[in-house]
Design a binder for this molecule. Structure first.
Ligand SMILES: NC(=O)c1ccc[n+]([C@@H]2O[C@H](COP(=O)([O-])OP(=O)(O)OC[C@H]3O[C@@H](n4cnc5c(N)ncnc54)[C@H](OP(=O)(O)O)[C@@H]3O)[C@@H](O)[C@H]2O)c1
Length: 228
């Protein structure tokens, strides 16, 4: 599969590494390739800067958002939520048409410090906004409810027995995304299809709780398990 990972942060790096490790052809999108390659300072959590990461991952080519979207048969949106529409606009409507966008982003606003607030909530969500702005793409919201290390390696906690969600308007797109999640290690029984893209509201509005749990535990390797 030809995959475009839009986003150079820890999520983009993690998803790109996992997809490449599974044998997919992967490119990563950024705004300015030359400037991104110059970034060499790890973030506060020790995640490598993109300039350092690309040197260590030569199989993943760093290109512009537009070039990445043109290349990908499927597009992973791992961009900063508050700028997600801008990033996808740079990727180009024409390059997203007919393609699945796996939307992992969250509309978090850190401008007033911790904990962040949501810029969209209640009767709208970022997943829906992306679907509205890019009507010819098939947006599937997935994996946004957990730390990126767990997205691609659920076995890291509880023997892999915990929950993840998908939602989106296109049934076939969700089936394809579920197949990818299973290749990441998710068990079918733990992938809950919440329905259409309006259900992004639920997964995005979980983030205020996620950041508070992280705030007290300082450990991102936790997740929800639906029990009944
Ligand atoms: N970190 C996690 O474990 C985690 C877990 C669940 C969900 N998420 C969500 O996943 C997304 C990615 O998170 P992250 O921590 O990996 O990285 P991030 O710092 O939130 O986002 C980095 C990406 O956003 C792009 N970006 C920033 N400002 C932009 C602008 N003004 N216009 C266009 N693009 C812009 C950057 O482009 P450049 O490459 O050009 O700099 C970069 O590719 C976020 O929405 C986050 O909420 C994160």
């Amino acid at each position: 599969m030809k995959a475009a990972v839009l986003g150079t942060g820890s999520v983009g790096q993690t998803i790109a590494t996992r997809l490449a490790g599974l044998g997919h052809q992967v490119v990563m999108g950024t705004r300015d390739v030359a400037e991104s390659k110059l970034r060499k300072t790890a973030d506060a959590f020790g995640n490598p800067a993109i300039g350092e990461w690309v040197e260590k991952n030569p199989s993943v080519k760093l290109v512009t958002f537009k070039e990445a979207a043109a290349f990908g048969e499927i597009v992973f949106n791992c961009t900063k939520g508050v700028y997600g529409i801008e990033a996808l606009t740079l990727a180009g409507k024409e390059n997203l048409a007919g393609k699945i966008i796996v939307d992992i982003s969250n509309p978090l606003d850190f401008s007033k410090g911790m904990p962040p607030t949501l810029t969209i909530s209640n009767d709208n969500s970022l997943g829906e906004e992306i679907q509205k702005q890019f009507p010819n793409a098939k947006v599937v919201k997935a994996l946004n409810t957990m730390w990126c290390g767990l997205m691609v390696n659920p076995a890291m906690i509880n023997g892999g027995d915990h929950s993840t969600f998908v939602c989106g308007n296109d049934q076939d797109a969700k089936v394809q995304v579920k197949t990818i999640l299973k290749s990441f290690g998710w068990a079918e029984k733990n992938i809950l299809d919440l329905g259409d893209i309006t259900n992004s509201r639920g997964t995005e509005m979980y983030l205020p709780l996620w950041v508070r749990v992280f705030g007290v535990t300082q450990n991102g390797a936790f997740n929800i398990k639906i029990v009944s």
